[in-house]
Design a protein around this ligand. Structure first.
Ligand code: C2O
Length: 537
């Protein structure tokens, strides 16, 4: 294993897109930010220097951070932010993981422009469990606002209303050619004919699930969230924010130009955002004048296409990569994922209410010092460990009948787990206020998606249909609107681990909680002490 060093200078940079210019927060002046490369087993030393006026914090999304929660990154959960003028070295080792992940800012809405790919190659001499590609390409999907992104969320928080949707989606930083300004075209991917490419596709958008397609080509999915899956062919890939998908593209069509699309998926009947972005796959030798073969993008509410995709995902579960899904469960939890209301006398709307979000009716309140510090040093008064295991008053979660009281409670409440205990969480979507999917992300461990269904979870019948053989293993999963997913994981990573909706707007509204995993008794079962340069609050 090697030690790999990276330096991330956080700097402002002027950027012009969609015919308008603004200053954006970037890493090393780039949008998207730099890709980082590693091999399984390597140690990463990534020095982040904050040259801007915002507080900063970076999360290595999907990296397990075994015993090194201090390097996980979510502000006020595992560290205090890096103040302007300060720096912090994220120091962690990548073990038992290989594939594509992403890094992103984990404070305010700064991840809009502070993100990039993490590419973890298998150990030397270990082949991929699929044919060796001719070449690999990263495709980062993002989202762009013409106005200042922090102003968008600040305004929404002050008014109590929903924030403005973005003006465009991007592929490797480029909005599609339709929004072409100042000669900026969409992203172009040039390929050789009759070859196989590995596409590392990442959804780094803030608030949108995206369908991904390439006209005229099927894609073979081989990996999601840096875990291998049973390969399957599809013409459409679905990624929620925070999810990654590796897929093989074989350039077996005639020499031409083919449209690539990233278009929103939203199960809501209301059209929230229709800004499809496009890029172009160009076979080397195709004439510049040749017309581009168009992709037929799915309708925004194409739930059947989304379901077909997610149902095709199965863990590889081979001899070399067996499924480690827990079969016995110590903690069986039911979490309702909901939007709700809080009183807001100062809010600029007639009801004097603000939209909030919650899990089991608890709207999470961010602490003033990092939870991991409070846990490690035994500082009282920062959090309680009484997060409810299930809703206090169950109701019909399908949204057929909205409960009368949609007011939530607030608190910094965590759920405590003994080291190595096994956990099942049924994430029950509620359709409260808006029927929307919620991509739920867990820090510190992958989980296995053992079941999924529509309507209210039935604790007697539904577990009989769980897949405990080859469930897909991932770190982010979309809880369907008006339905549920069941996930399982083993709490074998001591520390404090955030669980939240990866739609940034819902995180801002409080759709988050955290697990605290105690140390084990063995020699390698404790959280390591904090590094000396850990930022202070
Ligand atoms: Cu990618 Cu806590 O997030």
């Amino acid at each position: 294993p090697e030690v790999r060093r990276y330096k991330f200078n956080v700097v402002m940079k002027n950027s012009t897109k969609l015919c308008s210019s603004k200053q954006v927060v970037t890493v090393n002046g780039r949008f998207p930010g730099p890709n980082i490369y590693a091999r399984e087993g390597d140690t990463m030393l990534i020095k982040v220097v904050n040259h801007v006026t915002y507080n900063m914090s970076i999360h290595w999304h999907g990296i397990r951070q075994f015993r090194t929660g201090w390097a996980d990154g979510p502000a006020y959960i595992t560290q205090c932010p890096i103040q302007p003028g300060d720096s912090y070295v994220y120091n962690f080792t990548i073990s038992e993981q290989r594939g594509t992940l992403l890094w992103h800012a984990h404070i305010l809405w700064l991840r809009a422009t502070i993100h990039g790919a993490i590419i973890i190659l298998p150990k030397h001499g270990l082949p991929y469990p699929f044919p060796m590609p001719h070449k690999e390409e990263v495709l980062l999907l993002g989202e762009w606002w013409k106005s200042d992104v922090e102003a968008v969320i600040d305004e929404a928080m002050a008014s109590g209303n929903a924030p403005n949707v973005s003006d465009a989606h991007t592929i490797n930083g480029h909005p599609g050619p339709k929004s072409n300004c100042l000669g900026q075209g969409g992203y172009k991917l040039v390929v050789m004919p009759a070859k196989t490419y590995l596409l590392r596709i990442i959804n780094a958008a803030l608030n949108t699930e995206l369908f991904f397609k390439i006209a005229g080509h099927n894609l073979t999915v081989v990996e999601v969230d840096a875990t291998y899956v049973k390969p399957f062919a599809t013409d459409t890939i679905l990624l929620a924010p925070g999810q990654t998908t590796n897929a093989l593209l074989t350039t077996n069509q005639f020499t031409a130009r083919y449209q690539i699309t990233a278009s929103p998926f939203n199960s809501s009947p209301v059209t929230i955002d229709n800004s499809t972005t496009t890029a172009t796959l160009i076979y080397a030798g195709a004439l510049a004048s040749a017309t581009t073969i168009l992709a037929d993008r799915p309708a925004q509410n194409a739930t059947p296409i989304a379901d077909t995709f997610t149902q095709s995902l199965r863990g590889l579960n081979s001899a070399a990569y067996p499924s480690l899904v827990p079969l016995q469960i110590d903690h069986s939890l039911l979490f309702t994922i909901a939007l709700g209301f809080a009183d807001c006398p100062s809010c600029d709307n007639s009801l004097r209410l603000r939209v909030v979000a919650d899990i089991n009716n608890v709207t999470f309140v961010m602490p003033r010092i990092a939870l991991l510090n409070a846990h490690f040093f035994g500082i009282g008064g920062v959090f309680t460990d009484d997060f409810p295991a299930r809703p206090a008053a169950p109701y019909d979660y399908t949204g057929a009948k909205q409960p009368e009281n949609m007011r939530t409670m607030s608190g910094t409440r965590l759920y405590r787990l003994a080291f190595n205990s096994t956990v099942q969480v049924v994430l029950q979507g509620t359709s409260m206020i808006f029927p929307e999917n919620h991509p739920i992300h867990l820090h510190g461990s992958n989980f296995f998606a053992v079941g999924k269904g529509l309507g209210n979870f039935d604790p007697d019948l539904d577990p009989k249909r769980f897949n405990l053989v080859d469930p897909v293993e991932r770190n982010t999963i979309a809880v369907p609107s008006g339905g549920w997913v069941a996930i399982r994981f083993r709490a074998d990573n001591p520390g404090v681990w955030f669980l939240h909706c990866h739609l940034e707007v819902h995180t801002s509204w409080g759709l988050k909680m955290a697990f605290v995993v105690d140390n084990g008794k063995g020699p390698n079962e404790s959280l390591l002490p904090p590094p000396n340069d850990l930022p202070k609050c």
